[in-house]
Write a protein that binds this ligand. Structure first.
Ligand code: KG4
Ligand code: ZN
Length: 388
């Protein structure tokens, strides 16, 4: 009989608690602080901490109620210990420890990225909706972790045995989405908004991949107001699994500046000024630029997944993290799955890809982590390949 797990995650700017039993998610409550931080154009750690402290008890109580259980039924507490913002992680750890003492139950400390990796194993409360069968365990999978803080390819060799075989050398993919979205005046976090704009823009503007000299590039097939809109696909020619998004972000910046020759690209830090210019970009042009950026960023990732599948032998592909909600990425990964006859698994609901606590509970249910007998300290830079 599976244990009833209360899971808590306060790794960044979402206060999250969930109840999980085996692979079943009974509740998954996320109090987002997006609105709070959007005024500052990014996450302010001290504000995140304060907000976690103010609402965590209520979020936990709601998770218990929505699951239809009472607190006495909780048998195990799972809490995120890292990676993430140190002072934000502390709130979850502190709360979890007090609860463990109060309820007299065991506790495990979980790696947030392991949560993202195992999120496709989640099932709804009736025990279905996942594309992973009940008897498929962890072992011999290729993981793609793609969020606002991480972009990694992980080779899974069994529970707790994860090896990073490729990752971004600089910015994360989601971060590049957010920064480019902001340049287009789409707010924060703008990744999903940019993706939506691209989806709409694609009805009118198609993109294609081409080779110029030895470099792979993406372009919008029809010229727009006399501009040829194109971007280089980062590290596409390199036979490694390294990725990079910082150069793409700069190239996008320069392209937008060229299109709007009044934007001062030398002043990268001046977001507000750029945002103002960004909103002035015609809707039409923004749509085409969004298509171009999204296609380039997604292609950069998909090319590396392709390379990893060509080199390794995997039972399936697991995808997790906020950018796993990107529809173009999902479509392209499904094409790869077909090409290599290797199924690709996403979480049964998009909510499990954004930061949440159900994925932390799933990690605790699926893999028997060592029980924590002392109050754990946060590990802000904890790598997924350093578990156990
Ligand atoms: O996993 P997550 O919620 O938080 C982190 O651990 O970072 O991921 C958030 C990131 C943000 O950068 C957000 O813009 C991006 O995921 N994201 C998307 C989409 N939905 C969320 N990026 C592109 N397309 C989307 N549909
Ligand atoms: Zn995350």
């Amino acid at each position: 009989m599976s244990k009833t797990v209360l899971a808590i995650d306060t790794s960044c700017d979402d206060t999250a608690a969930a109840i999980v039993r085996g692979r079943r998610v009974l509740s998954n409550i996320v109090a987002s602080q997006d609105q709070l931080h959007s005024q500052h154009g990014g996450v302010v750690p001290s504000l995140a901490r304060l907000n976690h402290q103010q609402i965590i008890d209520e979020v936990i109580a709601t998770a218990v109620t929505r699951a239809g259980i009472n607190r006495a039924e909780i048998e195990l507490i799972a809490v995120t210990k890292g990676p993430g913002l140190a002072i934000a992680l502390e709130v979850g750890l502190e709360t979890a420890w007090h609860l463990k003492e109060e309820l007299g139950v065991e506790m495990v400390a979980i790696n947030h990225m392991e949560g993202h990796l195992l999120s496709p194993f989640g099932q709804n409360r009736n025990g279905n909706a996942s594309t992973i069968s009940n008897d498929e365990g962890i072992g011999s999978q290729l993981g793609l972790l793609i969020s606002g803080g991480h972009t990694q390819l992980v080779e899974v060799n069994g529970p707790g045995s994860y090896q990073v075989i490729g990752q971004t050398l600089d910015d994360a993919c989601g971060e590049a989405f957010d920064k480019s979205a902001r340049l287009l005046g789409l707010g924060y976090p703008g990744g999903p908004v940019l993706a939506k704009l691209a989806e709409q823009g694609r009805a009118e503007y198609q993109s294609e991949i081409y080779k110029s000299d030895t470099k792979y590039r993406t372009r919008i097939t029809k010229p727009l107001h006399g501009y040829e809109l194109s971007l280089p696909i980062p590290l596409a020619e390199q036979g490694t699994l390294d990725m990079s998004f910082s150069g793409l972000k700069t190239a996008f910046w320069q392209l937008v500046a060229k299109v709007l020759d009044d934007v001062d690209v030398s002043n990268h830090e001046n977001y507000e000024q750029e945002r103002k210019h960004g909103v002035e970009i015609g809707k039409q042009l923004r749509g085409a630029l969004a298509v171009l950026f999204e296609t380039t960023a997604v292609t950069a990732v998909v090319m590396k997944v392709d390379l990893a599948l060509e080199r390794g032998d995997y039972e399936s592909i697991l995808v997790g993290g906020g950018v796993a909600n990107n529809n173009l990425l999902r479509k392209e990964l499904r094409k790869l799955a077909h090409k290599y006859k290797t199924p690709v698994h996403f979480a049964y609901t998009k909510k499990l890809n954004r930061d949440n606590a159900a994925m932390i509970g799933l990690a605790a249910s699926i893999y028997q982590h060592a029980r924590t007998t002392e109050k754990p300290d946060r590990l802000p830079n904890w790598g997924i390949d350093d578990i156990g």
